[in-house]
Each structure stands twice: as C-alpha cells, then as structure tokens.
Design a protein around this ligand. Structure first.
Ligand code: FAD
Ligand code: NAI
Length: 464
C-alpha cells in the first residue's frame, strides 16, 4: 500500500520550525514538500510575531531616542513627529522581504511549496485541500495561536480587543491601552505604544513581570519600564468585562483596583499549541493537557515516521527552539546524528533595555538546592555604555563553585539580545567563568561587562 511515496518528507506548516526542517531535509538529499495554509511562508514569527514586533520596536525606539536622548548627545531636532502609516509600511516591508525570502530559499533548495491546509487521512497520507499526498515521513510544525482569558467574556475582534496581530496593525495611537499579561508580548507591544504616547497599563496575574526571568532582572526591568511610563497592576486577575461604545472596562480581583478601563485591550496571556483539523487523533497520537502533541526524545510521535516540532510540542515557544528541532529531525530522518541542547536555549525580551538570559536563574538554583557563585557587573561601570549614555542594567553570571562552569547568565542592558550569544556559546562548550575572563575582549565594548561578571564570579572584577 505504501510502495510509492510522493515525498520522502512532508512538512506541515512553514513557520521557523517547518520551513527550516524542509530546507535542511532537502539539503540532505530527501525529496521534500512543505504545506502551508497561510498565503505567505514564515509562520507566526515572520508574519505576525518576531519580525513585525521587532520592526515596530526598532522604529519606536528611534522615535524615543530622538525625543529623550538625542539632546544629551548634542543632536537637536525641532518639530519631531511620528508617522504611523510609514511605520506600518516599514514593518510590512520587512515582513514581505523575509517571507518572500523563504519562498526563494525553497526554490534554491528544491523544496516543493504546497499551499493549502493539511489533514491526515492515514499514517502515510494527507489531504491538502482536496489533493492527496503520500509521504514516507511527516513533520508536524503547525505552531500555536493566542490563548484567551478564561470565561469567554472577551472576544478578540482585532479592533478593540486585540491579539498580537491587531496590536501591530493599529493606525492610531490608543489613548489608553490595557494589556492583560506582563509576559514577553505584553512588555514588547506595551513598550511600542507607550513610546508613541499611549497610556499603557499592564494587568498581571503573578506578583512579578516577565514570567520565569531571574527575579533581580525582572524587578530592574519593571523599574526601568515604569520610568518610561508603563504602569503595572500585579497580582491582579481579570474576571469580567463591560463593553462601552469606545472603551472596555475590565473587572479585576486580587489587586488594589476593582476595575480598569481603556479604549483598547491587548490579550497577551500566553499561546497554545495549534493542531486543529489535523486529525492526528484518528491516528491515535496523544496530546497532553495543554493540547501539545506528545513526542519522545527523538521528537517522534507514537508513529516513528511522524515527528512534531516547535510551538505545537512541549518546551519554550521560541522561533530558534523550533528551528533547532527542525534541523535535528531532518538529520534524524536522513540517518545522521543531531542534537538540541535544551539546557542552553537563550531567550530575549526586546524592550529597552533588552533582557536576555540563558541557563538557570538564581531562583531555579535555590529551588534545586544547587550551590552557586554569583558574579555581578553593572553597565554603569562599562566604558562603552557610559560613552553612549546607555548604562542602565547589569550582567549576572551564576557558576558552579566546584568546576567554575557557567550555570546561568542574565543580562539587562544595551545590546543584551546579542551579548547573550557569547554566554550561550560559552555554556554550549562548557566554559568556566575563568575561561571567559581570560579571553581578550575588545575595548571599549558592552561584552566587557560579561567578561567582568565572569571575573567577579571566581575572583574580583577590575572595574567595579
Ligand atoms: P508557527 O510559526 O506558528 O508556524 C506554524 C505554521 O503552520 C503557520 O504558518 C500555520 O499557518 C501553519 N499551519 C497550521 N496548521 C496547518 C495545517 N493543518 N496545514 C498547513 N499549514 C498549517 N520567538 C522568538 O524566538 N523571538 C521573538 O522575538 C519572538 N517574538 C514573537 C512576537 C510575537 C508577537 C509572537 C506572537 C511570537 C513571537 N515569538 C518569538 C514566538 C515565535 O513566533 C514562535 O515560537 C515560532 O513562530 C514557532 O514556530 P513554529 O514553526 O513552531 O510555528
Ligand atoms: P507569556 O507566557 O510570555 O506571558 C503571559 C503572561 O500572562 C504571564 O506573565 C502570565 O502570568 C500572565 N497571565 C496568564 N493568564 C493571565 C490572566 N488571566 N490575567 C492576567 N495575567 C495572566 O506569553 P505571551 O506574552 O502571550 O507570549 C506568548 C509566547 O510567545 C511566549 O511564551 C514567548 O515564548 C513567545 N514570544 C517570544 C518573544 C521573544 O522571544 N522576544 C516575544 C513575544 C512572544
């Protein structure tokens, strides 16, 4: 019955997980197709996630700098204004360029792009909008979708009640934006609109912002964002809503206020795996309580030739995690060795200053009763940061007292999102803090703050 396959590998979904898996599989000599239901490739990340968010963060950061910082450097601008249609166009240009770029990469690597929605017919056949496709292996990379507040009292219409998508398409600055959830989306998109003058209030369930981020980093970030004008209502739950003509009043519990009202509400309380309509249940493939497809350590489902990767399985919902899993699975199918080191997955929050971390937080280590040394270095003692007048934040490294190996590295400060990769590389190769501190770092550079924090972990910093 399975004697003739159309493809060696059929990848379902063309987000960072799926498109990377498809390219890698094709590069390894496998006949590969990638099925995508969206009109453009690139998934959540390129279309409505990472890329448009970073484009808007960059544009609004330029505006904020021009407004608040340029004068300190002797650069005087009169009549400074923003122009939202141009900002949105500039964002769309980045999105279009990159999604078309994936199309180009598919052609270059001979991946067949099949537009349409895939659903399983049996364990070796899918239906894509009426066409049947047989494949020897499948990679499910169907991603995730925004979660909604339980209770069903808020309906996302992308006009007043927004998800990440609508919050990046507003043509006017809201007067007051209420964000539910002080996670990554809330902080990034809250920053975007706050920089353009919106009053932004973020309501958060937990008693801290930025979820699992190291506590010292998250309290510093909160203080710096409050200085920029963002307001936080922590330990507060949204329990109901009243829709007005041009506003929404949210009923609250647990915190200081009973309600909060805004002309726009952004729901950013996390995302859930998206596997609707795939019919994996018919194949007996189990999902966990959060609807994520269950996989083994090789990312195989119950059927060893059907793999799943990215946001639709367990683990951090990050584009680079999805990509690494895509490469790993393609290599596994081709019979090669591969690996994903889940202990060394960096994460970045692209606020200003940026926040970046890799490995264990201080709270993780305390909880696990793991002893550690701590090296700390503030950017106020870093010469590049001082020269740039951009010295909020610090670097903190946590090391094993016996081996001196890095267990966790946490950055808040200028270019943290790029600096983190030095820490990730050091951890991937099991470097000790002394190895980093003995590596010559170019002066003046932000990365010297990491070197000094490493020095502080096993000895003493020079400049602090
Ligand atoms: P997705 O990117 O969600 O792609 C899945 C694709 O599968 C979709 O295009 C979907 O249309 C398609 N699909 C689903 N079902 C079917 C079907 N049956 N048939 C055909 N196609 C189907 N991560 C970062 O690492 N860095 C960031 O800066 C960052 N910023 C973000 C900002 C926002 C606002 C959001 C929402 C997310 C952000 N993320 C970021 C998270 C990142 O976007 C996801 O982790 C990543 O996109 C997951 O990749 P994926 O391939 O698993 O799924
Ligand atoms: P998140 O998981 O980062 O944060 C959600 C926040 O909402 C948490 O702090 C949580 O406590 C809070 N929350 C949950 N339910 C709530 C409720 N009912 N009321 C009030 N608060 C509530 O999720 P977010 O921000 O929606 O982002 C989704 C995913 O997208 C993230 O997990 C992240 O992996 C990814 N992402 C990554 C980015 C990056 O890497 N820079 C940027 C944006 C998103």
């Amino acid at each position: 019955r399975f004697s003739s396959f159309d493809y060696d590998v059929a990848v379902i979904g063309a987000g960072p997980g799926g498109y990377v898996a498809a390219i890698k599989a094709a590069q390894l000599g496998l006949k590969t197709a990638c099925i995508e239901k969206r009109p453009t490739l690139g998934g959540t990340c390129l279309n409505v996630g990472c890329i448009p968010a970073k484009a808007l963060l960059n544009s609004t950061h330029k505006y904020m700098e021009a407004q608040k910082d340029f004068a300190k450097h002797g650069v005087i601008i009169e009549g400074l204004k923003y122009d939202i249609p141009t900002m949105l166009k500039s964002k769309q240009k980045a999105v279009d360029g990159l999604t078309k770029g994936v199309e180009g990469l598919f052609k270059k690597n001979k991946v067949t792009h099949i537009p349409g929605t895939a659903k399983f017919r049996d364990e070796h056949e899918i239906d894509v909008s009426g066409t049947r496709i047989k494949a020897k292996n499948f990679i499910i990379a169907t991603g995730s979708e925004p979660a909604n507040v339980p209770g069903g009292f808020l309906k996302i219409d992308e006009k007043t009640i927004l998800s990440n998508k609508g919050a990046m398409e507003l043509v006017e600055v809201p007067k007051k934006l209420v964000v539910i959830g002080a996670g990554v989306i809330g902080l990034e998109l809250g920053s975007v609109w706050s920089r353009l003058g919106a009053e932004v209030v973020i309501v958060e369930f937990m008693n801290k912002i930025a979820g699992g981020t190291d506590l010292e980093v998250s309290t510093t970030l909160q203080r710096l964002l409050e200085k920029q004008g963002l307001k936080f209502m922590l330990s507060t739950k949204v329990v109901g809503a009243e829709m007005g003509n041009n506003s929404v009043k949210l009923k609250l519990e647990g915190g200081k206020a009973e309600s909060v009202e805004g002309d726009k509400v952004l729901i950013a309380i996390g995302r859930k795996a998206f596997t609707e309509g795939l019919d994996v249940e018919m194949l007996g493939i189990p999902k966990d309580k959060q609807g994520r497809i269950e996989v083994n350590r090789y990312l195989q489902t119950k059927h060893s030739h059907i793999y799943a990767i990215g946001d639709c399985i367990k683990g951090p919902m990050l584009a680079h995690k999805a990509e690494e899993e895509g490469v790993f699975v393609a290599e596994h199918i081709a019979g090669n060795l591969g690996h994903v080191n889940y202990d060394v997955i960096p994460s970045v929050i692209y606020t200003h200053p940026e926040v970046a971390s890799v490995g264990k937080t201080e709270e993780n280590l305390k909880e696990l009763n793991i002893p550690y040394n701590k090296g700390f270095f503030p950017f106020v003692a870093n010469s590049r940061a001082r020269a740039n007048h951009d010295s909020d934040g610090f670097v903190k490294v946590l090391t094993d007292p016996k081996t001196d190996r890095l267990l966790g590295c946490h950055f808040i400060g200028p270019n943290a999102g790029e600096l983190i990769m030095e820490a990730a590389l050091a951890m991937e190769y099991k470097a000790a803090s002394e190895d980093v501190a003995r590596t010559t770092h170019a002066h003046p550079g932000f990365s010297e703050a990491f070197k000094e924090a490493c020095l502080a972990a096993h000895s003493k910093a020079i400049h602090f």
